[in-house]
Ligand binder design. Structure first.
Ligand code: ITT
Length: 198
């Protein structure tokens, strides 16, 4: 797979995971800054898939290269599926990852129903107008306190069933083997392989 892809994300945590997984699959990837571009895309979609495609198409158009985007988030049953597509903006712009985790734990105080899942939609847009899509999901539960310093975002408060550990307590490789992003990128890689053979 010789073609070069731009990873359409500004999130360093996502970028590192996407780079590691896709490079392992023999796909050459560059970050937006390595491609010499800075594109801010408004995420106006109501689903992860719509937002991923908006980002992939905008970056593809700006770079003139195929672009791969990820839209993802944490869906909590007791919060009616929230924060969902608003995960990055949960609690407002002024909060950082740690602040969003603490807000989530506060919102869940006294809540016995802790079930939650991460969702990830991957979209790829090519300069000729072709597109590819894939999705992945990882089921788990919201912890009662943050655990671990690995990963990013809500990782320290996302418990993996049967492991007694949060995503924040896993290595990058361990997380990608079971995560929503790992699953979505594996499904995407299969579609990309078929597409590139055509
Ligand atoms: P880009 O749009 O530039 O890719 P973003 O962070 O704004 O970056 P999203 O709109 O897709 O991306 O928001 C996803 C949010 O969901 C992210 O900021 C985290 O808070 C959370 N999230 C997604 N995947 C996660 C993961 O693997 N571990 C922890 N939190 C995750």
């Amino acid at each position: 797979m010789a073609e070069k892809f731009v990873l359409a994300t500004h999130n360093p945590g996502k970028l590192a995971e996407m780079k590691a997984i896709l490079s392992g699959l023999g796909v050459e990837v560059v970050s937006p800054s390595e491609a010499g571009m800075e594109v801010d895309v408004e995420e106006t979609g109501s689903t992860f898939a719509e937002n991923a495609m908006l980002k992939a198409k905008a970056v593809c158009a700006a770079a003139g290269l195929p672009a791969i985007a990820d839209d993802s988030g944490l869906c909590v049953n007791a919060l009616n599926g929230g924060p969902g597509v608003y995960s990055a903006r949960y609690g407002g712009e002024e909060l950082d990852d740690r602040g969003r985790c603490m807000l989530l734990l506060n919102s869940m105080r006294g809540q016995a129903t802790r079930a939650a899942h991460f969702s990830c939609a991957i979209a790829c847009a090519f300069p000729n107008g072709d597109t590819l899509e894939a999705e992945g999901r990882c089921d788990g539960a919201i912890a009662f306190a943050p655990l671990g310093t690995g990963g990013f975002g809500y990782d320290p408060v996302f418990l993996i069933p049967g492991r007694g550990k949060t995503f924040g307590q896993l290595s990058a490789e361990e997380k990608s083997a079971i995560s929503h992003r790992g699953k979505a990128l594996a499904a995407f890689a299969e579609k990309l392989g078929t597409y590139l053979k055509k």
